[in-house]
Design a protein around this ligand. Structure first.
Ligand SMILES: Cc1cc2nc3c(=O)[nH]c(=O)nc-3n(C[C@H](O)[C@H](O)[C@H](O)COP(=O)(O)OP(=O)(O)OC[C@H]3O[C@@H](n4cnc5c(N)ncnc54)[C@H](O)[C@@H]3O)c2cc1C
Length: 448
């Protein structure tokens, strides 16, 4: 079929109808879509890229943090604290050889994934659950009746897409739908968000030599930070972040480098919600990658022959908007390991605040905190739940609550909540988080 003849736009619009519409295929959106579909609902997932994984894959964040408790006892083996959908994802990734075992990260452990295996695992999970997926769809507008969300409009190459749903889940990471619907959101610490990082991978590394020289911890020691700060001050390199993380990946001779701190050309912190800042972050991020590559090759054992084989598809964006929910996770809740009767996810992860030259880490020892259901229920507006890193949380609490294992848990919980809302004809705000907790326990989340 020829299109666009005689100056007409005759692309055919797409109209979809479903029970639950999930926007965004990051860890949270994937878990929400699969979970809701497994409850017998018709589920559609829209994603702007051609693959799932979001910040973990397109942003190459690269490791699944938040699975294990932290401890001061260096001899303590990894103690898993988070269960449920995550277990299934991990098992499927392991079956593909796409996930390392636990890797030391300061006082806890993380696991490094292969982003290609992630994409394939997500495709399989969605296909097996019967989710209708439309990749390469950017959602640009919400459809509302008064304060009730009915669906969304999006851009596809085929033409405009309209999707109507009984319940919509905003898994965009950026609370895009909430803000389009005019619902209240907050941005960072009075508008200041954590800095973006351009993550990259290097092949040709001698991982054994690296570990022999620097130890098993993926957070490199103070002697490396001091050297980076010195070389940066001398003007030999541009290295604005001195505390760096290097993770051997599941692929031979490859390391994942979480080392950059992307700031503006004028030294200003960039805000990824500003189009010009996000563009500058991409360009500056790529430049910084080459600076850190040169530093690693010249100064870190095992890296002399290594080379950059890949950067993130996009600069890694840690934080943008948070919704204002019926509950809000407070900084103090994280530090105190607070539990809630309506807690629907657990987290043992420290506050890991990326701001300034050294990321700040505040650990929670041999304990977890819980995240209440209300953090995912917008304070006002109906027909909408959010999931993932745009939950309702204070700035530093978010610096803990945003990591991947928790995003799987949030998706698992919100997939069930969406199914309850549709099947029982309930408003999400009327669902009792304590009941949802029981549903999750029956589905392997082991919250009690
Ligand atoms: C630099 C960096 C390093 C990190 N390091 C780690 C780490 O080592 N370990 C760890 O566990 N976590 C890490 N994180 C955090 C973690 O990766 C993310 O917080 C988590 O993956 C977020 O998952 P999510 O599903 O909430 O959102 P996202 O992964 O952001 O997913 C949102 C999805 O929605 C899509 N989307 C957005 N807007 C639209 C739209 N309008 N229309 C259609 N689709 C849309 C996006 O393309 C994306 O796929 C890091 C994050 C960054 C940025």
């Amino acid at each position: 079929m020829e299109q666009g003849r005689q100056g007409r736009d005759d692309r055919s619009p797409i109209a979809l109808e479903c029970d639950v519409l999930v926007v965004g295929g990051g860890a949270a959106g994937l878990a929400a879509a699969v979970t809701a579909a497994r409850q017998g609902l018709k589920v559609t997932l829209l994603e702007r890229y051609g693959f799932c994984g979001g910040a973990a894959v397109a942003g190459l964040s690269g490791t699944v943090c938040g699975m294990y408790e932290a401890s001061d006892d260096a001899a303590r083996p990894p103690v898993q604290a988070v269960f449920g959908f995550l277990d299934e994802f991990v098992a499927r990734m392991e079956a593909r050889g796409g996930l390392t075992g636990p890797v030391r990260y300061g006082k806890t452990f993380t696991r490094v994934h292969d982003p290609l295996a992630w994409r394939e695992t997500a495709d399989d999970l969605l296909t097996d659950a019967g989710v209708q997926v439309v990749y390469h769809t950017v959602v640009t507008e919400v459809l509302c009746d008064g304060d009730r969300l009915r669906g969304v409009r999006g851009y596809t190459k085929q033409g405009p897409l309209t999707a109507s749903a009984r319940l919509v889940v905003d898994a965009s990471g950026d609370a895009d739908l909430a803000v389009m619907a005019g619902l209240p959101c907050t941005v960072g610490d009075e508008g200041r968000v954590q800095n973006p990082t351009m993550i990259f991978r290097m092949m040709g590394a001698d991982v054994d030599r690296l570990k022999a020289a620097e130890g098993e911890d993926s957070i490199l020691g103070p002697h490396v930070s001091d050297l980076i700060a010195k070389l940066h001050a001398q003007g030999e390199y541009v290295l604005p972040r001195s505390k760096i993380f290097l993770f051997p990946t599941p692929r031979p001779n490859e390391i994942l480098c979480n080392v950059t701190r992307v700031i503006g050309r004028d030294g200003r912190e960039l805000n990824p919600l500003v189009a010009g800042d996000l563009t500058e972050a991409e360009v500056e991020g790529r430049k910084q990658v080459r600076q850190y590559e040169r530093f690693l090759k010249n100064h870190i054992a095992g890296c002399a022959e290594a080379f950059v084989n890949d950067t993130g598809v996009q600069v890694g964006v840690r934080q943008t908007r948070q919704i204002v929910g019926t509950s809000r996770l407070a900084n103090a809740d994280v530090l105190a390991g607070r539990k809630f009767a309506d807690g629907i996810a657990r987290s043992p992860w420290p506050i890991e605040l990326h701001s300034g030259a050294k990321p700040k880490l505040e650990w929670l020892m041999e304990d977890v905190y819980e995240v209440p259901y209300g953090c995912f229920v917008p304070e006002r507006g109906e027909g909408l739940l959010v999931t993932g890193r745009c939950l309702s949380a204070e700035h530093e609490a978010l610096a803990s609550a945003r990591v991947t294992a928790q995003c799987f848990s949030y998706g698992h919980a919100i997939g069930h909540a969406a199914a309850i809302a549709v099947k029982e004809g309930m408003r999400p705000r009327d669902i009792d988080g304590r009941d949802l907790r029981q549903v999750l326990n029956r589905d392997g989340a082991r919250l009690d």
